[in-house]
Design a protein around this ligand. Structure first.
Ligand code: 5AD
Ligand code: SF4
Length: 497
């Protein structure tokens, strides 16, 4: 195992993490002081089509940001001539695009990499890579180099565009190639993308996070907040509209902070710019946290006809002391007043959230505050998690007397409450006629079509296949906890033109 150091190979197995870090720096770019640095990607001529006839397989874990990164890796590999493999066993390049937010996701990846060893023995030409957020962790780098010598390449979240060169270097090397950058050198535009869906597309607007919630590893794995230039975003959205995409989701860890680093534009202004792009029916965004949720922003969401009435508004806890220990910088009261304001200005808005139970030292009373907040807000849906200690985050050092069993029981109680609330919210939609952007046959039942309302509710209904990719009006006949069953009322022909 080695990293390339001016073409010299160095044995890594015996090195400490500090030493490893120094080695990794050999291949990092010099830090660039400005967030505004921007470059245009072009696949180097020597890599174009070099792998014609070969296949790739990417397994993706975690959030939409990772899903979208996978679309870029696919674009880069297809530029090299690779085609997507149907199953992992037939691939010549396998990448694990990983998530570091919770420990169980990491354990799964290690298990998978372990199981792939026989494939590598059968086919020594196979290139096996680890990338994404886990790859940014020094401990993971060391662990992989120590325990999984059959991994060929490790690269991080800041140098995805280097994939073609890394694959070629790994192909010609007996050693594990490690290239992880601490921070982004520039915002790289025009990386080719192979998008997974035909109707809905993701668009990055901002990278990184400056918030440092004490439980969270993301600021360490994704770096400081950087905004893309508004004209680059509008151009990408216009291209997507021209290609026939109907819905876009603007992605960032803290979209409300979009533009703060640029100084010339706000997220509200960006929404208005994107709203003016002809042909895009629906504009979603995630994640908007409770801070910096200005009146200007609420007004933009309310006034832009294509910006949908759905806000994912992570709360994490309903107790002020826990929120403080989490460094969330919002209180329960502030959050509830924000919810009131949003509901008042955006009628029919659906609200979803993220909640962590079992944060170190969380008492029964503090947990009850989370339950009461959930009962009060009545979220349409909630993503709920048991706290998972992450190495080198402040909360990992907090004292925690709460047993895992108690944490599991809290999660179950919270989920039971939320399921009841979700059902109650959906039942209010009985008989309503909703606009559905039809995705195609349902994954669980090919006989029915599946699509989403503007409020992001899944709707299943019977209808002709050619409705896929367009808008339809559906009457809700059977609301359930997770989805709405309905009957087709009419197609929205005019909206499809
Ligand atoms: N443990 C459990 N959940 C976490 N999240 C982030 N970090 C952790 C952690 N260490 C959750 C938060 C966040 C969502 C994406 O993941 O709820 O909003
Ligand atoms: Fe993590 Fe907090 Fe940043 Fe979200 S806002 S990515 S929870 S640090």
């Amino acid at each position: 195992m080695s990293v390339l150091e001016n073409e010299k190979r160095v044995n890594l197995a015996s090195l400490s993490i500090d030493e490893l870090e120094k080695m990794a720096q050999v291949r990092r770019p010099k830090p660039v002081p400005s967030n505004l640095e921007r470059s245009n990607y072009e696949l180097p001529e020597e890599y174009r089509d070099v792998s014609r006839g070969k296949r790739y397989y990417i397994r993706t874990y975690g959030c939409q940001m990772n899903e979208h990164d996978t679309e870029m890796m696919s674009g880069l590999l297809e530029g090299m001539g690779y085609q997507q493999a149907g199953e992992i066993e037939s691939a010549d390049v396998i990448l694990f695009n990983t998530c570091a937010v919770r420990e169980n996701a990491e354990d799964k990846v290690f298990g998978e990499i372990g199981r792939l060893r026989p494939l590598k023995v059968q086919n020594p030409e196979l290139i096996l890579g680890l990338c994404g957020c886990m790859a940014q962790e020094k401990g993971v780098q060391k662990f992989v180099l120590d325990k999984f010598p059959w991994v060929d390449v490790v690269f991080g979240t800041h140098n995805i565009h280097r994939l073609p060169e890394l694959v070629m270097t790994a192909k010609n090397s007996q050693d594990t190639i490690l290239e992880v950058w601490d921070k982004a050198a520039a915002t790289v535009e025009d990386i080719p993308k192979v998008r997974k869906q035909e109707t809905r597309a993701w668009v990055n607007i901002q990278y990184g996070c400056n918030k440092f919630c004490t439980y969270c590893i993301v600021p360490y794995t994704r770096g400081a907040e950087r905004s893309r230039m508004p004209e680059d975003i509008v151009q990408e959205v216009s291209q997507l509209a021209a290609q026939g995409y109907k819905e876009i989701t603007l992605l960032g860890q803290n979209v409300n902070d979009y533009g703060v680093d640029l100084g010339t534009v706000t997220f509200a202004k960006l929404l208005r710019l994107v709203n003016d792009v002809k042909g895009i029916e629906r504009i979603r965004f995630t994640t908007s946290n409770p801070w910096n949720f200005t009146d200007e922003l609420i007004d933009a969401i309310a006034e832009c006809e294509h910006v949908v009435e759905h806000i994912h508004l992570p709360v994490q806890s309903g107790n002020n002391e826990v929120l403080k220990k989490m460094n969330r910088t919002h209180t329960r009261e502030y959050y509830l007043s924000l919810v009131d304001k949003i509901r008042h200005k955006i009628p029919g808005v659906s609200l979803t959230t993220d909640i962590i139970v079992g944060f170190p030292g969380e008492t029964d009373e503090q947990f009850e505050d989370t339950l009461s907040l959930v009962a009060q807000v009545k979220y349409d849906n909630a993503f709920t998690f048991i706290y998972s200690p992450r190495e080198n985050t402040p909360a990992a050092k907090f004292e925690d007397g709460v047993s895992q069993e108690t944490k599991k029981q809290r999660l179950q109680r919270l989920n039971e409450l939320q399921y009841a609330v979700s059902l109650e919210r959906n039942q209010t939609m009985q008989g309503q006629v909703v606009d559905v952007l039809v995705e195609g046959p349902s994954k669980t039942n090919q006989e029915v079509l599946a699509g989403r309302t503007r409020t992001n509710k899944l709707v299943l209904f019977e209808g002709p296949l050619e409705l896929s990719g367009g808008l339809a009006q559906v009457a809700v006949t059977e609301p359930q906890t997770w989805l709405l069953k309905g009957e087709l009322v009419s197609r929205h022909k005019e909206a499809l033109v």
